[in-house]
Design a protein around this ligand. Structure first.
Ligand code: PEP
Ligand code: MG
Length: 755
């Protein structure tokens, strides 16, 4: 069963379009379950109907001719209840309706399962037999599993349908988009450029080749190089392995020399594809062929084929870096766009970012916000290999993308872009005004940054300082640990640019989803693993170099603050303070002008919330990292788009935790700031205002909106809203209440932009 499922899903994933996909599914189901009829209905959400798209075994003359209302007939019942129906005799069921266009008389047993994606019923998969007998458990399980596995492919294929093809579904053009989660506000329109990984065959895009003959030569050279590699590997293994084992290399060589591979790829190139795309196509086709074979020995050859494909691609890509191809205005697409890639690309003005994995709180999304680039994360159904070179609209407000949008969609987005520009211009007028409530309460507004390119705009934004400088960002943009001198230069530039305003340098916070190419960490559970202060305390040489550089950069300026990330227990605070003291003593002996900076702790792990009173007495300030605090309190991976809906910092438990930290700060007279993304969320700002937060730190692009919110409320009203919010049961109702308050305060335009 498992193998059949795998084979069928693999075939389906390689389908050219929706039609092809539906054919593969019904064909596969019919033969695996030995049923006379297999059909698929898809939902027409506009008309609230189910449309029969395909059937095998019965005649369906015009696709789209059979339509059932939601709840109508057995198919409508399955869609409405979102559960399977398994009947020995379909017509005995009270919901059964006879469809004039179909001749169902001859069929008795009926099994239908819903096709569901993200709680939405996309359609219904039905099988029918002449026999009068219920389907057995294994058959039901097979169909349910298959429908579950293929829902994503169906959604993807539907989204890419052309306007004429979609007519049968009556689906208007604006409905055909791929859904992800909002990563960074804004609308990015441009040409898609896929950042592929040569290690992953599936990620290689099709791309128009420039010169067919040169491309064929590139392919042949790559084949020759890989052949040589294989020969020398074989020779080496000859000494070590018995004959039957090193015969594996003969199999590799045979495949590599085969006509199917070489001539197949050449044919693809002659059709206009570049060598990499041609290799992907033929190799994947070959892999599928092997996987379908009955003989287990031959099936295992699929892995050898994959290895050959990988080697060919690595050779073809040896001197190329996908990042080199990125130019201004490109919308970059990738399996998992990382913060490190964005840091490397920071001098380029990207049009937009679309990532198959990741979520709103992934560091790539945070960096995109800092850079003011629209981003959509977690677009799980995007097929990268087909999107390269297409026109893309990335809607970072709603978290959706359009591939080759229609002119109607394009016009709509041009209008939204104008609106966005207008709002930004209006908000610019607040630049030199204080962030002060109507009844005179001041909140300091700081920026989060880490990119040198962002310093100019941050200073310009009217920010009162830097509340979070992510020092790992300059580390990520390099191919080695920056030394003390280099770090001193970077920090000096930041401190000078903002002087005399405070600059909060956070000590290196790598691990989780932030890795350094030259310091790889491989862990099962990286967010619960070696992260932040845990790494730097284990490597005091890294910590001390950074602290020394920061203190030297501060010489003669005095606006440095140092902040410690991922503190989980008091010992870590003490150990870090001891190291800072050691660096201070060393430098003090070398240079008179060293001053002791304010030291703060990030509260971003629940254990730190419960010990906040002990922590706060040891340091000068606290800053709440709501991104991680939310992740750890709600047990929701901040990177996982599947659970992105559960990730909300307005969850009552998170609010209680923040209140506890703010109250501890007040009790011990230490300032408390928020430096997670919550500080830039207009709805959340109202509550934080009500709590009496001292300062908020966010990306430059969010700052004007937050200032507008603060200047539109009284603290008294914010406190009332906080009291009401704390009596509510879930984040959704709290957000609704706050959105209503924003509308009443005349800030309704921020809701679409905020959340
Ligand atoms: C946080 O966790 O809220 C935070 C500001 O740190 P980061 O997002 O870099 O983990
Ligand atoms: Mg954090």
């Amino acid at each position: 069963m498992l193998e059949t499922l795998q084979r069928l899903t693999q075939e389906a994933n390689a389908a050219q379009d929706l039609d092809d996909l539906l054919q593969i599914i019904v064909g596969g189901v019919q033969s695996v379950l030995s049923v006379e009829v297999a059909s698929i209905y898809l939902s027409d959400f506009e008309q609230e109907q189910l449309v029969m798209m395909i059937t095998r075994g019965m005649e369906l003359r015009i696709p789209g001719a059979v339509r059932l209302n939601m709840g109508e007939g057995l198919v409508g019942l399955i869609a409405q209840r979102a559960e399977p129906v398994n009947l020995a005799e379909a017509k005995n069921h009270k919901q059964f309706v006879r469809v004039a266009e179909l001749n169902e008389e001859a069929y008795h047993s009926f099994l239908g399962v819903p096709i569901i994606q993200q709680r939405k019923v996309l359609g219904v998969l039905v099988v029918q037999r002449k026999r009068v007998c219920r389907f057995d458990d294994e058959q039901v399980a097979f169909l349910v599993t298959l429908a579950g596995q293929l829902a994503g492919s169906i959604a993807h294929a539907e989204a890419l349908m052309s306007v004429s093809e979609s007519r049968s579904l009556n689906r208007p053009a604006h409905e055909r988009y791929l859904l992800g989660v909002p990563g960074s506000q804004g609308i990015g329109i441009g040409t898609a450029l896929v950042l592929y990984s040569p290690m992953r065959l599936q990620s290689i895009p099709d791309r128009q080749c420039k010169n067919i003959n040169e491309e064929i030569d590139r392919l042949k050279q790559a084949v020759t190089i890989v052949q040589k590699e294989m020969h020398s590997l074989k020779d080496r293994m000859r000494q070590l392995l018995p004959k039957e084992d090193y015969a594996l290399f003969d199999a590799y060589l045979l495949m590599l020399n085969s006509d199917t591979l070489i001539n197949g790829a050449i044919r693809e190139i002659r059709d206009g594809n570049w060598a990499e795309g041609a290799v992907r196509r033929v190799v994947l086709k070959q892999i599928r062929r092997f996987e379908e074979m009955g003989d287990s020995y031959l099936r295992e050859r699929a892995e050898d084929m994959r290895e050959i494909g990988r080697r060919l691609l690595m050779t073809l890509q040896e001197k190329a870096d996908p990042l080199d191809q990125v130019t201004d205005g490109a919308v970059i697409l990738g399996e998992e766009i990382s913060a490190a890639q964005l840091a490397q690309l920071s001098p380029i003005k990207l049009g937009g970012i679309v990532s198959v994995r990741g979520s709103q709180s992934s560091h790539a999304a945070i960096l995109a916000r800092a850079m003011g680039i629209p981003a959509v994360m977690g677009v799980a159904d995007l097929e990268l290999s087909r999107a390269d070179g297409c026109k893309i609209i990335a809607d970072g407000y709603q978290g959706r993308i359009y591939v080759e949008p229609s002119s109607v969609v394009q016009q709509e987005y041009d209008r939204l872009l104008d609106e966005q520009l207008e709002l930004n211009q209006e908000l610019h007028a607040l630049r030199d005004l204080d962030a002060e409530t109507v009844d005179g309460a001041r909140v300091s507004l700081y920026v989060n940054t880490g990119l040198l390119a962002d310093i100019g705009p941050s200073v310009e934004s009217g920010a009162e300082g830097i509340g979070l400088y992510r020092t790992e960002v300059p580390f990520m943009a390099r191919d080695h640990f920056p030394g003390e001198e280099e770090q001193t230069r970077i920090y000096r530039h930041v401190l000078e640019s903002f002087h005399p305003r405070p600059v909060t340098l956070r000590t290196l916070d790598i691990g989780g989803d932030k890795s350094l190419p030259y310091f790889p960490i491989h862990e099962e559970n990286p967010f619960l693993g070696w992260r932040g202060i845990r790494i730097t305390l284990d490597h005091p040489e890294i910590f001390l170099t950074q602290i020394r550089a920061a203190m030297r950069a501060n010489s003669g300026l005095g606006n440095l603050r140092v902040m410690l990330p991922m503190i989980t227990e008091l010992d870590e605070v003490q150990a870090a303070l001891n190291l800072i003291d050691q660096a201070f003593e060393e430098l003090d002996e070398e240079d008179d002008d060293i001053t002791w900076p304010d030291i703060g702790v990030m509260i971003e792990v629940p254990s730190a919330v419960y010990q906040v009173e002990q922590i706060v007495t040891r340091v000068d300030f606290l800053s709440i990292g709501t991104n991680d605090l939310t992740q750890y309190m709600l047990a929701v991976d901040r990177n996982n788009p599947r659970v992105a809906k559960l990730y909300d910092s307005l969850h009552p438990s998170v609010l209680q935790a923040i209140m506890q930290v703010v109250n501890a700060g007040r009790l011990y007279n230490r300032p408390v700031s928020i430096c997670g993304e919550m500080a830039g969320d207009p709805a959340a700002v109202v509550l934080l205002l009500g709590m009496g937060i001292d300062s908020l730190s966010m990306s430059t692009t969010q700052l004007p909106q937050v200032k507008w919110v603060i200047r539109s409320f009284t603290r008294r009203h914010a406190k009332e809203l906080l009291t009401r919010a704390l009596s509510m049961e879930n984040a959704r109702s709290i957000r609704d209440e706050l959105n209503q308050a924003l509308i009443e305060a005349g800030l309704g335009r921020l809701i679409r932009v905020g959340n």
